[in-house]
Design a binder for this molecule. Sequence first.
Ligand code: NDP
Length: 391
Amino acid sequence: MAPDARQKRRITILGSTGSIGTSTLDVVRQLGGQDRYEVLALTGNGNVDLLAAQAKDCGARMAVTADESRYGALKEALAGSGIEAAAGRAALLEAASGDAEWVMAAIVGTAGLAPTLAAARKGADIALANKECLVSAGDLFVRAVAAGGGRLIPVDSEHSAIFQALEDDQRHAVERIVLTASGGPFRTWSRAQMADVTADIARAHPNWSMGLKISIGSASMFNKALEMIEAKHLFDVRPDQIEVVVHPQSIIHSMVGYVDGSVLAQLGAPDMRTAIGYALTYPGRSPLNVDRLDFAKLSRLDFEAPDEERFPALRLARTALTRGGLQGAVMNAAEEVAFHAFVGGRIGFLAMADIAEAVMDRLAHLPPAAAMDDVFAADEEARRVAAGLIG
Ligand code: NDP
C-alpha cells in the first residue's frame, strides 16, 4: 500500500536541470519516487524544456527558472499540467524557502548562495553540493543552517566520504583529513602543455561526468582548492590538518586519519548518486542501482603528492585558509569570473590562477565578515577587480 501523503518527505531540488540535479531525480526515482517523496519545487535557469519535463515526470508542485526572460517558455511547456510556473530571483528565493524538509543545493556558483541560505533559514535539511556556499560564507553559513534547525549533509563525494568516515564521538581524536583528487585530465602535463588548452579539452574529465564549471575546476585543481576550504568549515579542522593526495582512479573518495594512526576511508565507484543517496537517506542507507567495485578487477590504487607549482590553485587555497576572513569569498568570486573568461576564450587556462591570486592580494585587507551582507559585498568587489584585470 502506498504510504499516506502526509508521510511523504517533502523535498525541493535547487538546480534540478544540472548534472547533480538530474542525478538527484534519478535517486529519488530509485528510492520510491512519488510514493515516498513529494517534490515541492524544482529550479533551473536556461534549460526550461528539461525543467518542465522533470517537473511533470516527478509530479512537482512548482517549477522555477531563475531567468525571468524564460517565464513564457516555461509556462507554455507546463500548460495543462497543473504545475505552477515561476521565474526570477525572487521566485527562486520563495521556492527555496518553502515548506521542504530536505533541499538539494545544486545550483552552480555563487548564484546558489542566497537560495541555499533561504532554505537553511527555513530549517530544511541541506544536502550541499554547492560548495561555493561554504567557501564564500564559511562559518556564517554553517551557523545559519544550525540556527534554522536543519542538518548540513555534504554531497561533494570527498566530503560525503569524510562525513561517513567521521566517528561522531571521536571528533576530538581526528588528526587529519585527506582529500583525494583525481588530478584531472592534465595530471601529467607540464605548464607549457597546459598553456594553450581550450575549454573543450579541459572539460574532458577522466573519471567523472559533471557540469562544465566543476569539470574545468578539476582540470585546474581549483575544484580541489574550493574543497579544501569547504572541508575546513564543514569539519571544523585547522588548515594544517587538511591534506590533499592525488589518486587517479577516484575509488577512495577521501579519508580521515585518527591520533592512533588509523585511517578510515570511504570507497565506491565514481558515481555521484551514492553520495546523493546517502544525503537523502542519512543516517540510513537504501539500495541503489549503481556500479559495484570489483576489487579483483581494480588490481591497483595509486597515490602521488599534488604539484602546487603546476597547479597553483592548491597554494591559493592554503593562502585563503591562512589569511581567513573574506579570502574564501574573494578567491571563489575571482575564480568564477576567470572561469567564464576562459570558457569565453578571453584568457588562457593558466591565467585563471594568476587572476585569482592577484585579486586575493588586492583584497587581502578586507575585514572578516560580520554578516552575510559583507560576504555579498566582498563577492561583488572581487568580481569587479577580476573583470578589471581581464579587461
Ligand atoms: P551544472 O552546470 O550541471 O548545473 C547547474 C545548475 O544550476 C543547473 O540547474 C542550472 O540551470 C542552474 N543555474 C545555473 N546558473 C544559475 C543561476 N544564475 N541561477 C539559478 N540557477 C542557475 O552543475 P553541476 O550539477 O555539475 O554542479 C552543481 C554544484 O554541485 C556546483 O556547485 C558543483 O561544484 C557541485 N558539485 C558537482 C558535482 C558533479 O559531479 N557535477 C560533484 C560535486 C559537487 P540550467 O541548466 O537550466 O541553466
